[in-house]
Design a protein around this ligand. Structure first.
Ligand code: NAD
Ligand code: IPM
Ligand code: MN
Length: 368
């Protein structure tokens, strides 16, 4: 196996559209930075269902376990709304996360200067924002048992279970504290300890890990509903936000609008170290398949390109090149390039997905 093996799973809707632009960046890094990526591509989500009757073929799952990093576009779409729950596109992504044990989902939300005016919030609230949501990704209500839709008397009941073990909380809390040490040294943990026992345990364990092993990090606790409000009121009070699977899903979409668009937010889903010392990893934009704009070539590819930059940093030890890609994104935004999601009410010239990708590669060229 090459030291730089990468499995690309474009998925559905705008997934393949944004991934085509990431391929340009991968090719550029490969050619200009003298790195050889062993890139393979496969199906996930609805695309895999159409081909194989399952949203993730076992061979794809096995390949994902072997490679250094997986890069995923997006899954889902209205075409698959009526499928049985067990084969819905989203199950493919959830299986990858669970079987690869990718418990730590890092979702950075950074407001680039060029977009500070464009957020739905006032410029001084978001300008310079740089926070990371650390979302637990393999447990909680997404996976807890019992779950299902059952007959109960003369009606049905839908059940999902919020469940966290101490060790699951322990490892995600450590991930947040470790990250905070490399940043401003501040973690805010969000749960609902006022109404949920799992929240009480979350708060206790987080505090305990802090006191025992990370006393140098500043830890605060906040109820997640207040956290949502504070994210919109004064987001710069935060640095690292630690939270569970469901709250993290919702809070990260909320944080996306602090940066200007959901099309800007990348993510890294990390697991335990592999034999090479690097974490098992999957990188994906926070956004979905965007059925409302799919097929029109106008999706913003930046979230997916920045996800690849995270792969360079966390899976390939190429932090310098990651920064180079991030700087290229910042440059094209500063130059005024905008996909449709980054245009305000006053309008302007919207660039296509491919034009944005080409401009980022152009900025990379200019960086040499
Ligand atoms: P979505 O994230 O796909 O879209 C929400 C809104 O944001 C839409 O108006 C869309 O046009 C816009 N948007 C999203 N990404 C964009 C981009 N890159 N550029 C420009 N605009 C963008 O959320 P949804 O509509 O609630 O879900 C659609 C499907 O995607 C569902 O099947 C859902 O389950 C799935 N989904 C998948 C993932 C994933 O694969 N990681 C994440 C979220 C949702
Ligand atoms: C996300 C998505 C997924 C989630 C879905 C598609 C399974 O919304 O990655 O944010 O809920 O985790
Ligand atoms: Mn989501």
């Amino acid at each position: 196996m090459s030291p730089h093996s990468l499995l690309i799973l474009p998925g559905d809707g705008i997934g393949p559209e944004v991934m085509a632009e990431v391929r340009k960046v991968i090719d550029w890094i490969g050619a200009k930075r003298d790195v050889s990526f062993d890139v393979s591509e496969d199906l996930v989500g609805g695309a895999a269902y159409d081909a194989h009757g399952t949203p993730l073929h076992d061979d794809t799952m096995a390949r994902a376990q072997e490679v250094d990093a997986v890069l995923l576009g997006a899954v889902g779409g209205p075409k698959y709304d009526d499928l049985d729950f067990s084969v819905k596109p989203e199950r493919g992504l959830l299986r990858l996360r669970k079987e690869m044990d990718l418990f730590a989902n890092l979702r950075p939300a950074q407001c680039f200067d060029a977009l500070a005016d464009f957020s739905s919030l006032k410029k001084d609230i978001v300008a310079g924002l740089d926070i990371v949501i650390v979302r637990e990704l393999t447990s909680g209500v997404y996976f807890g048992e019992p779950r299902g839709i059952f007959e109960e008397g003369n009606e049905r009941v839908g059940i999902n279970t919020q469940r966290y073990t101490e060790s699951e909380i322990d490892r995600i809390a450590r991930a947040a504290f470790e990250l905070a040490r490399k940043r401003s040294g501040k973690v805010c943990s969000m749960e609902k300890a006022n109404v949920m026992e799992s929240g009480i345990l979350w708060r206790e364990v987080t505090q305990h890990i802090h006191d025992a092993d990370y006393p140098d990090v500043e830890l605060s606790h906040m109820y997640a509903d207040n956290g949502a409000m504070q994210l919109v009121r004064a987001p710069k009070q935060f640095d690292v936000i630690l939270t569970d699977n469901l709250f993290g899903d919702i809070l990260s979409d909320c944080a996306a609008m602090l940066t200007g668009s959901l099309g800007m937010l990348p993510s890294a889903s990390l697991g335990a170290p592999m034999a090479n010392g690097r974490p098992r990893a999957l990188y994906e934009p926070v956004h979905g398949s965007a059925p409302d704009i799919a097929g029109q070539g106008k999706a913003n590819p930046i979230a997916c390109i920045l996800s690849f930059a995270m792969a360079l940093r966390y899976s390939f030890d190429m932090g310098g090149d990651a920064a180079r890609v991030e700087a290229a994104v910042e440059k094209v935004l500063a130059d005024g390039m905008r996909t449709g999601d980054l245009l305000g009410a006053e309008g302007g010239q919207a660039s296509l997905t491919s034009e944005m990708g080409d401009a980022i590669v152009g900025a990379l060229d200019a960086s040499l």
